[in-house]
Design a protein around this ligand. Structure first.
Ligand code: SAM
Ligand code: SF4
Length: 453
């Protein structure tokens, strides 16, 4: 008989996708997903430890599920970065936890569950796999009720930025062989997926260590040729590794959406050096100019950290200056949080919490205004929207995204889902756009892919 699994996911897109991979794996072991924790035979918490907050959430989530364990013996497991980092200590600290599974051992999950079910033992499996076999991704068995899907192309990171835990919890860069990626994308296209989001901590590093000589740009070209796929996105690319060829791809590959997420972290050269980022404010700005020369409409988003150890007022002003110069479409901004085991956590000159908070508030206020202005500039324009489903706000509305990745809500029927629809932008808000379907609706099959209507 089928069992039920409930997954709660914290953190980044990589983690969200790991949860999808876990569900695909468990589907083959007769575990079906439930959205209700109290119905579940197995509860998995998929964690992230990149910043402090998600880590706290994990412990409070575990506390919430304790009663279910006591009441009906639900199996409880922890996966992801916190699991990788803390390992056995978690079993000691949380007596009702049955399973701790690391970032590289996900493929072992079905076997481990069998073991736990048979013997009742508590298991921790967090070995790192230098061969990269953990990147193998089971293909979805049943049609997907969604129009876009993540596809992991590489994992891990060799950059070792001084603030970042990723190389320790995800290991070194490992790329998936190209044929596996292409096979997965073709399969997703057959299952109705129209947009693929290629994932990796540093996608520009794709190809290192593979027998076949190819780079990220070549993977983009191959995915671009796959029939049925209409849009390609990727994240994350490191500014130091942004190749001219990749910049050029924004004008050459018609399915590649005009959006890049290019984290800059700080506008101060002093901070960038201490962060071990491998570029300067000037060279970052040059890369932005190159991108805009090749693709003037490109939308830009980034990550930024405030309050890195030693950051002074002047450094922070350099960050604001970079933001004002680039005028990002949106920013993901974080207060620096020391991660155990990283170099920056040992730096002596940590910044006071209040200073970090004040800087974050100033930065976010400025960015909110820029984002709104950027969105307002789209008012009156017709944008191509890939419709994803019903809007959460209204039963009359559908929701989708522009090629520049902005959310658009507009009145429409569910038969528009999975179609590219020309939508006139009527009103801009901070986080979304309101539109009206433009006169001609066309389906993916009769649209010339990638071109704005
Ligand atoms: N690989 C990407 C890059 O370097 O551009 C970033 C991936 S990282 C998982 C996502 C973001 O989390 C980083 O860009 C950074 O802004 C933020 N981050 C990572 N470590 C952090 C820390 N210790 N404190 C605050 N923010 C952090
Ligand atoms: Fe972390 Fe730096 Fe690697 Fe990004 S490039 S994952 S911030 S170590």
């Amino acid at each position: 008989m089928d069992k039920r699994v409930y997954i709660e996911t914290y953190g980044c897109q990589m983690n969200e996708h790991d949860s999808e991979r876990i569900l695909r794996l468990l589907e083959n072991s007769h575990y079906l997903e439930t959205k209700e924790a109290r119905e579940a035979d197995l509860i998995l918490i998929n964690t992230c430890s990149v910043r402090e907050k998600p880590e706290h959430k994990v412990y409070s989530a575990l506390g919430r599920f304790k009663r279910l364990k006591e009441k009906k013996g639900t199996l409880i497991g922890l996966a992801g970065c916190v699991a990788q980092q803390e390992g056995e200590r978690l079993l000691d600290r949380v007596p009702y936890l049955d399973l701790v599974i690391g970032t590289h051992t996900i493929p072992l999950l079905p076997q481990l569950l069998e073991r736990i079910e048979a013997s009742g033992e508590r298991v921790c499996e967090i070995g790192l796999d230098p061969r990269g076999d953990y990147l193998k991704t089971p293909l979805p068995q049943s049609p997907l009720a969604k129009v876009k899907s993540y596809v992991t192309i590489m994992q891990g990171c060799d950059h070792f930025c001084s603030f970042c835990i990723v190389p320790y919890v995800r290991g070194r860069e490992r790329s998936r062989p190209s044929q596996e990626i292409i096979e997965e994308v073709k399969h997703l296209a057959e299952m109705g997926v129209k947009e693929v989001y290629l994932l990796g901590q540093n996608v520009n590093g794709y190809g290192k260590g593979l027998e076949e000589a190819l780079d990220f740009s070549e993977i983009l070209r191959r995915v671009n040729r796959i029939e049925g796929i209409e849009r390609i996105r990727f994240t994350t690319s490191h500014p130091a590794d942004l190749s001219d060829r990749l910049v050029q791809d924004f004008s050459e590959l018609e399915k590649l959406c005009e959006h890049i997420h290019l984290p800059f972290q700080s506008g101060s050269d002093r901070m960038l050096r201490a962060m071990h980022r491998g570029y300067t404010k000037g060279s970052y700005l040059e890369r932005i100019d190159r991108l805009r020369d090749v693709c003037p409409s490109i939308a830009l988003t980034a990550d930024v950290i405030v309050g890195f150890p030693g950051e002074e007022e002047g450094d922070f002003r350099e960050t604001l200056d970079l933001m004002e110069k680039v005028r990002f479409d949106d920013l993901f901004s974080f207060k620096y949080s020391p991660r155990k085991g990283t170099r920056a956590a040992q730096f002596q000159n940590q910044v006071e919490e209040k200073v970090k908070q004040d800087r974050l508030s100033i930065l976010q206020k400025i960015q909110r205004e820029i984002t709104l202005q950027k969105n307002q500039a789209l008012e009156g324009q017709v944008e191509e929207v890939l419709v994803e489903g019903r809007s959460k706000q209204s039963d009359q509305d559908v929701t989708g995204r522009t090629r520049s990745n902005k959310i658009v809500n507009f009145e429409g029927e569910m038969n528009l889902v999975a179609k590219l629809v020309p939508v006139k932008i009527m009103k801009a808000f901070a986080h979304s756009l309101r539109g009206e379907m433009s006169s001609s609706t066309y389906t993916l099959s009769d649209s010339s892919s990638g071109n704005n209507p």
